[in-house]
Ligand binder design. Sequence first.
Ligand code: ZN
Length: 567
Amino acid sequence: MTKKILGAAALALALAGCGTKKEAPEMSAASPLASLEAQIRRFAPTEITADGSRLTPGDRRALDRIIAAARLIDPLYRRQVWADNEALLARLRADASPLGRARLHYFTINAGPWSRLDKNEPFVPDVPREKPPGANFYPADMTREEFEAWVKTLPEAERGRATGFFHVIRRGPDGPGGKLKTVPYSEEYREFLGPAAALLREAAALTSDATLRNFLAKRAEAFASNEYYASDVAWMDLDAPIDVTIGPYETYEDELFNYKAAFEAYVTLRDDAESAKLARFGGYLQELEDHLPIDPHHRNPKLGAAAPIRVVDVVFTAGDGNRGVQTAAFNLPNDERVVREKGSKRVMLKNTQRAKFDHTLVPIAGVVLDPAQRPEISFDAFFTHILAHELMHGIGPQTIKSGARETTVRLELKELYSAVEEAKADATGLWALQYLIDRGVVGREIERPMYATFLASIFRSVRFGITEAHGRGVALQFNYLLDEGAIRVDEGAGTFRVDFDRVKEGVRRLTAELLTVEAEGSYEKAKALLDKYAVIRPVMQKALDRLGGVPVDIEPRFTLARETPAP
Ligand code: ZN
């Protein structure tokens, strides 16, 4: 599975870019309109755009075709979510009352009548109380047991389709209660995929970039053939001014089995400055590994090749890529054959992260941070730390020895692994940036901002709970650094500040502790660390209670895409 960074998982994603993307709620009881408006206000409307003037004339025209193709992903995805979505949307569009308009607005945010931030509670009357767990990938009257029994009767190839990404399950001509069968996406969604493929082919003919042309042509082919392997490989090789992800990818919408891929589109432009920064940091990975604050025999003398990371600005997103909480980053593809052969790629959506920073992190800092340190909050420091976090997943212990046995940190730490690994990436990211600042590789001007911004971002992540890896990981770091005296609390004001005299040493000790737990593969030590620190203490809860008015996320308005004429 991918981890939309927080894969569709929850907010995970947290700010960080890793992980999941759901965030949870808090609601008030009031009139239906007032309560709906309160739900909508959690998403701050935000212009999202990128600089299209850098593109060559051919690429600029290709971009228009790609956006037009991506627009077709919205109705396709709505149909995947629920069979009656399009009929309901038509009804909502016809209702001009204030309540009707609010329902339409919130329907658009959720791509359906269930509020994703509120455990899928319905916000439109006369729809099922429960969002169908199998979405529209399976017949509405099919049970889990029926599916499983049917799959057992199938020959191997057909079983692969039944449990694979790219076929829906339908009933045969004998109607309700009839025999189950698989239908390829290419057939089920032909009315959308046919025109989308034509637009992608037009775009392929317009661009002068060979890697983009290759991806667009192969993906257009996949929309007709239902064979996605070759175009996933082409996507791994894609490195162009226009960066596109379009197709069936994540399986979170299929809550019944997590088998079926939902369609999404990310039309973006590559950020060359950030890409250069990444490449520069990438050149220091071995040196950082060689200086990690752990017993030298735990260090890896020869790191493997790092997975590619792209930094991009969003022009337009659609489908599963634009519902509920916005994706800040993602890892694709999910097809294990491609991952085995070509690896996977992480794409970080910089302008989306900037918008989240402006609309959620800055207001949070205004509540929880000591007023003297609020001016230190900086997007540059924030994003640089996110890049460092991603790179740090690639260093430190991975394959380890337990006695004579070779194993991995993931296997040994089991369900505790994600929380420890996320905390490690954060802490080691701070440690690594400090190392690079001290050697003049990174400018001293981000030193204080990086710590102050990280402190504020902790509150953004734990706000959505500590049941998920990122929230747990940051709660652990917060309490550890508080006990180290690296974070100070003003109990009267309920605010926090970084102690700049103590923070370097506190982060170094925390990094050492986390890396050592990983190097030893010690489940017991990981559990002890999490039990002690990955909790919400009263001092933190009090601060969280004061964040009610801060938006949860953004609602993007795609400026550049709006200016794009229909081809
Ligand atoms: Zn991470």
